[in-house]
Design a protein around this ligand. Structure first.
Ligand SMILES: [Fe+2]
Length: 671
């Protein structure tokens, strides 16, 4: 199968070039070319139009042609024929399918020999200025000389581009099935832009199938492909002419709950796990972390466990917030020299995000960010498969030290390319093998690292609960995460009690499991944009947007509904009601839920609007169109229960900026 595209040239039905190389049987080639050219007096669109012969066989071929009745016109006679072939740039109907004798008569040529079967000319010029280099649909043939095989291929390419794109070409080469013959066929295939290549066969007969090969369907209607204006590139057969009706019942995709194969939780479990059986058979541990974790003393705790387990240990602590490709490459270099069999990602979201892609890139060096982040509607049906993990690093252990991202259980990572573009990547092959959810690692977290990650978790739980992909296995996790977070997040923030920190830590993983398997929505789509362009912390951006997204989604008759096989009608409003009831909200509806969220935000001393969060009004308004458009394109938008219009996203952003329905400011977009 040839798999490249051609520039669309001047469209015409066909202009088959024929290459005769220096390994071909010249007697057979001559016979075959004349057979093809004389069939139906050259009427077939696939018939031979020009022959390109390598110089080493040129004279022999020409001499055999002459003996077989090919009459070469020269000088003034050639000029007369060339002038007669076209009328206003099109083939002159007076030559189509006529005998050489009749053509000679009509073109006012001098009498030609009685036994002439084909009229021929020797040519050097290819292009629209030379009618003899184009399709002639008559027993008229042009002969070109090529210096070697590569030159011959290029001449044929040029001839095909002169009105023969997508049609037919012929190659006469060794019929001994040699490696060299195969190489030449490949070279011809790669360069000559046609959809039928006939080897050692008359093109007019072989291209219409059946008689000279087993690979071309018999047909008189030959598709020339989309580059030449045809919907198909093969010969038209019955299958192209039969109208079929497909009956397809609505079916649900296969779904699953994919999580780490082991998940450990409760206070102090870190030591038990790292000194227990989870590391059996593993000897070399690479810890991926950041400088903050090194300074906090948490790294020491982990290193002690690993040393007690007699592990060889290396530490890569150069992960920065929003890990980029330089970080990934550095991490891969450490992997290459240390050759770990287990990777331990220790920290907030960034070390876990970095570790996931370092492992993938180390094990599959040709994996590109573009391929890894290929967009899809359904994560379970990626068009660009993500490579398997574990060929070198047998186990990836994620140990979160904050309670928010859920990355320790998720199939997601975000990596920034060298040009600054952020690539969100999703594949269950990125999911950690083991998660250790030990809240003692969060005991000393400052308040600033409690509120926003906690609000991020709440958003994960709510968005995954109303997602079009919500299912029986994720629903309970969302509800329990919300129960724990609404109950304990204020205590975790204000007092930092172990029980509250523990509850929020577990809730973060529960919400992570839920959104890893039923996904998020436009609150995250919008938050990604505002966070990226105005450096608003992710959890804060989510929290500010969340009430407005809830208000927007809780609509019984949305402009457009989210699309998913198991999502049959708008259900967001009833699902918000279910959450509100679960949380004991004052009213069991979206309003009640929003009241609970705003109460929580007040307790957490969180700004309620982007304006309050210090985002510049003029800059925000100026970027509003871009924010809305990019949010629409965000991967999270697909799972939202209401499929948004860009204008609706814009409205939500405005409400989130000013904190309500009414626009309080006076800024307008600067042109
Ligand atoms: Fe999030």
């Amino acid at each position: 199968m040839c798999n490249y595209t051609w520039k669309v040239g001047r469209r015409r039905s066909g202009n088959a070039p024929i290459l005769v190389d220096d390994t071909a049987n010249i007697e057979n080639a001559c016979g075959s070319i004349i057979l093809g050219k004389t069939f139906d007096n050259g009427m077939i669109c696939a018939s031979e139009q020009s022959v390109v012969a390598l110089t080493s066989v040129y004279d022999e071929l020409k001499s055999r042609m002459v003996k077989r009745g090919v009459y070469f016109l020269e000088g003034e006679e050639r000029e007369k024929l060339a002038a007669f072939i076209e009328v206003d740039g099109r083939i002159n109907p007076a030559i189509v399918g006529q005998t050489p004798k009749e053509i000679a008569h009509r073109a006012n040529l001098s009498p030609i020999p009685e036994n002439t079967v084909v009229l021929a000319t020797e040519e050097t010029v290819i292009g629209n200025d030379n009618p003899l280099s184009k399709e002639k649909l008559s027993p008229v043939l042009a002969l070109y000389r090529a210096s070697d095989f590569e030159d011959g291929v290029q001449l044929c390419r040029k001839l095909a581009l002169t009105g023969g794109i997508g049609h037919t070409a012929g190659l006469y080469t060794s019929d001994l099935n040699t490696q060299e013959a195969k190489r030449r066929e490949e070279a011809f295939l790669k360069e000559v832009p046609v959809h039928r290549i006939l080897v050692n066969a008359p093109t007019s007969i072989a291209a219409i199938g059946g008689a000279m090969n087993f690979h071309v369907d018999p047909s008189f209607t030959l598709g020339v492909g989309t580059n030449a204006g045809s919907s198909i590139s093969s010969n038209v057969g019955p299958k192209h002419l039969i109208n079929l009706t497909t009956v397809a019942e609505r079916q649900q995709h296969i779904e699953w709950l994919k999580i780490p194969r082991e998940l450990y939780f409760n206070r102090g479990c870190l030591e038990e796990v790292l000194q227990g059986s989870s590391l059996n058979g593993l000897n070399r541990a690479l810890v991926v972390t950041d400088k903050g974790i090194v300074r906090s003393g948490i790294l020491e705790r982990v290193l002690k466990c690993l040393k007690d387990s007699r592990m060889e240990v290396e530490v890569f602590s150069d992960v920065h917030p929003d890990p980029d490709m330089e970080c990934i490459r550095n991490g891969v270099e450490v992997c290459k020299s240390f050759q770990p069999d287990v990777m331990i990602c220790l920290g907030g979201g960034s070390p876990m995000d970095a570790g996931k892609f370092i492992r993938a890139h180390y094990e599959h060096p040709t994996l590109t960010l573009e391929d890894a982040s290929t967009r899809f509607i359904e994560i379970r049906k990626r068009t660009c498969p993500f490579p398997k993990a574990g060929s070198k690093i047998k186990s990836l252990i994620a140990i979160p030290t904050t309670s928010g991202t859920g990355s320790e259980v998720s199939p997601f990572t975000v990596v920034t390319a060298d040009d600054g573009h952020k690539y969100p990547i999703a594949s269950y092959r990125l999911t950690p093998d083991i998660a250790i959810v030990d809240s003692t690692l969060c005991d000393s977290l400052p308040k600033s690292l409690v509120a926003y990650p906690g609000l991020d978790s709440i958003t994960h739980a709510i968005e995954s609960f109303v997602s079009v992909a919500q299912n029986d296995f994720t629903k309970p996790q969302s509800l329990e995460a919300l129960h724990l977070l609404f109950k304990y997040l204020p205590e975790s923030y204000m007092i930092g009690s172990p029980r509250a920190r523990g509850a929020c830590h577990r809730a973060s993983s529960l919400a992570g499991i839920s959104f890893s398997n039923s996904f998020l929505g436009i609150c995250h789509s919008l938050s990604h944009q505002v966070g990226g362009k105005f450096h608003v912390p992710h959890g804060l951006a989510c929290a500010i947007l969340l009430p407005h997204v809830i208000e927007y989604n809780a609509c019984e008759s949305p402009t457009k509904m989210g699309i998913y096989p198991s999502y049959h009608y708008p259900q967001a409003a009833s699902r918000y009601s279910e959450i509100a009831k679960h949380l004991g909200a004052p009213t069991h509806d979206a309003d009640g839920l929003n009241k609970r969220i705003k109460e929580l935000m007040v307790k957490l001393e969180t700004p309620l609007s982007f304006q309050e969060a210090g985002v510049d009004e003029v800059e925000f308004i100026n970027k509003l169109d871009l924010l809305s458009k990019d949010a629409f394109d965000d991967q999270c938008t697909a799972a939202n229960p209401r499929f948004p219009l860009v204008s609706e996203l814009k409205d939500i952003l405005l409400k989130a900026y000013y904190g309500g329905e009414e626009r309080k400011g006076s800024a307008t977009k600067e042109e």
